[in-house]
Design a protein around this ligand. Structure first.
Ligand code: HEC
Length: 140
């Protein structure tokens, strides 16, 4: 079953007092799945301190830019054309393997990012969509 759909079902079940609309489910998915993984694994470097157009994951506006060769970091609906995914996928054609640390994302985390982009890459534009570096419990 599609992970996002499964998540949506759990979310609805967990909050039976109100039936959330579709964008609520997407926002929850971003906040509980996407944001922590990016904050713990990517924001240490991709926090706006590298000169543009290097990937900057601090906000939607910054993250939805293109690199110097005009390739998208995040192309909604197209994980295979999104550098955010292809760069971290060890098996991908991309030569730059990310993150450049001694740890890499798990297959689950990469699958989660793929599904998020496939489903439109919802990223809130209010303060919930502001990302900051966060310590990683698996790599303190
Ligand atoms: C230790 C620092 C560091 C961490 C952590 C890190 N990156 Fe990077 N990343 C870099 C640097 C430096 C570059 C610049 C490389 C370039 O553009 O030539 C880069 C480039 C990239 C690019 C652009 C590749 C391209 O071809 O333009 C993507 C996409 C990327 N990183 C994704 C990620 C993601 C996703 C994470 C977290 C899972 C991450 N990075 C974690 C340092 C880091």
């Amino acid at each position: 079953m599609n992970r996002l759909l499964l998540f949506g079902v759990f979310f609805i079940a967990a909050s039976c007092s109100t039936i959330p609309n579709h964008s609520n489910v997407k926002e929850q998915y971003f906040l509980t799945e996407v944001k922590p993984v990016l904050q713990q694994n990517c924001l240490r470097c991709h926090n706006g301190t590298m000169p543009s157009p290097a990937l900057n994951l601090t906000s939607k506006d910054d993250a939805f830019k293109r690199n110097s060769r005009g390739q998208n970091y995040i192309l909604p609906g197209r994980p295979d054309q999104s550098l955010l995914v292809t760069a971290v996928q060890r098996s991908g054609a991309h030569l730059k393997l990310m993150p450049r640390t001694d740890i890499s994302l798990t297959d689950d985390q990469i699958g989660m990012l793929r599904e998020w982009i496939e489903d439109g890459a919802f990223w809130p534009t209010d303060k919930n969509g502001i990302l900051k570096p966060q310590s990683n419990p698996e790599n303190p």
